[in-house]
Design a protein around this ligand. Structure first.
Ligand SMILES: Nc1ncnc2c1ncn2[C@@H]1O[C@H](COP(=O)(O)OP(=O)(O)OP(=O)(O)O)[C@@H](O)[C@H]1O
Ligand SMILES: CC(C)(CO)[C@@H](O)C(=O)[O-]
Ligand code: BAL
Length: 293
């Protein structure tokens, strides 16, 4: 039997329209999901969780130039608003905010900047200088735009972008934003590749080579679960066998602070808690992944 057509969300392009639509709805709770579009089942999971937990669901689709240190990466970032609206409809989203750059940066490039601090300069921040400052700049604005001003306000972020999640939580705490940050687990392909909009830029061969990321994570997570020594160099060795995949970092960090865990001795069995963080590029496409252990 054909399922009933999903109700199309309202698509809004100005801050004034968004504010008016949220005011008119006067929701008891609002779930907000910021995205850069090219929506996939990972995003859909965020929308569905927001749908379950809130009366009104608002998403934004905005490719934020300020968080790209590489113009080529910005230019080739996949964009397809029509397809995105269909994904949003399927997940029961009410409002899609899809502004033009001049609507968000209406006063030009911001003079007053947010500094993501030392954590913002590690891992992803080390390879993408300025990325997290630019990300926080837009998240700070978007969280204002979608603020219902009354009732519960929740914003949803994927665990896939673990460092982003920690920094957003920290910004919201440091600047007293009246919003609860909710984390959503990573959605993967059946083979284990974390879904990402950038996966669309991979050839089939590259996508299959990229599975080494998951294999390496599984190897170390298995050892951690058995309380064995981790021997991270074995994970690095797996990458050396995939010449198309260039490893940037493979580290085990504290899940809350993201500070790298020191292993006193190579042969020490792993106990306690950590988070594996990985980044690699495949054919120039940057992929990240992580897993708690
Ligand atoms: N596979 C996934 N599982 C869970 N959340 C995800 C997944 N992919 C993206 N998200 C989350 O969706 C939100 C929007 O992410 P974004 O639009 O940048 O998509 P993306 O697929 O992460 O893109 P890219 O990896 O190319 O930057 C972020 O909070 C991100 O963590
Ligand atoms: C949070 C975000 C939408 C800000 O541009 C982006 O960094 C993302 O999609 O993860
Ligand atoms: N999902 C993180 C956004 C970015 O790569 O710029």
């Amino acid at each position: 039997m054909k399922s009933p057509a999903a109700k199309s969300p309202q698509v809004l392009t100005t801050r004034a329209e968004l504010r008016a639509a949220i005011r008119a709805a006067a929701p008891a709770s609002l779930g907000f999901v910021p995205t850069m579009g090219a929506l996939h089942s990972g995003h859909e999971q965020l929308f569905r969780q927001a749908r379950e937990e809130n009366e009104l669901v608002v998403i934004s689709i905005f490719v934020n130039e300020l968080q790209f240190n590489d113009q080529q990466d910005y230019q080739r970032y996949p964009r397809d608003l029509q397809a995105d609206v269909q994904v949003a409809a399927r997940a029961g989203v009410d409002l899609v905010f899809a502004p033009a750059p001049q609507e968000v940066y209406h006063a030009g490039t911001p003079l007053i900047r947010l500094d993501s601090g030392a954590l913002g300069r590690m891992y992803e921040g080390a390879s993408r200088p300025g990325h997290f400052d630019g990300m926080l700049a837009v998240v700070a604005k978007l969280l204002h735009y979608a603020d219902p001003g009354q009732g519960h306000y929740r914003a949803y972020f994927g665990q896939k972008d673990a460092q982003q999640l920690v920094l957003v939580r920290r910004m919201v705490a440091d600047l007293d934003y009246p919003v609860q940050i909710r984390a959503v687990p990573i959605v993967r392909t059946a083979q284990g590749l974390a879904l990402s909009s950038r996966n669309a830029l991979l050839s089939q061969r590259q996508a299959s080579a990229a599975l080494v990321i998951h294999r390496a994570i599984e190897l170390i997570a298995g050892r951690a679960a058995r309380h064995e020594p981790l021997y991270l160099e074995d994970a690095v060795g797996l990458f050396q066998m995939e010449p198309e995949v260039e490893l940037d970092y493979f580290v085990v960090v504290d899940p809350d602070t993201l500070q790298e865990l020191a292993f006193n001795c190579q042969d020490t069995p792993f106990t306690g808690q950590g988070l594996i963080l990985v980044a690699a590029t495949v054919g120039g496409v940057r992929l990240i992944d992580n897993q708690p252990i």
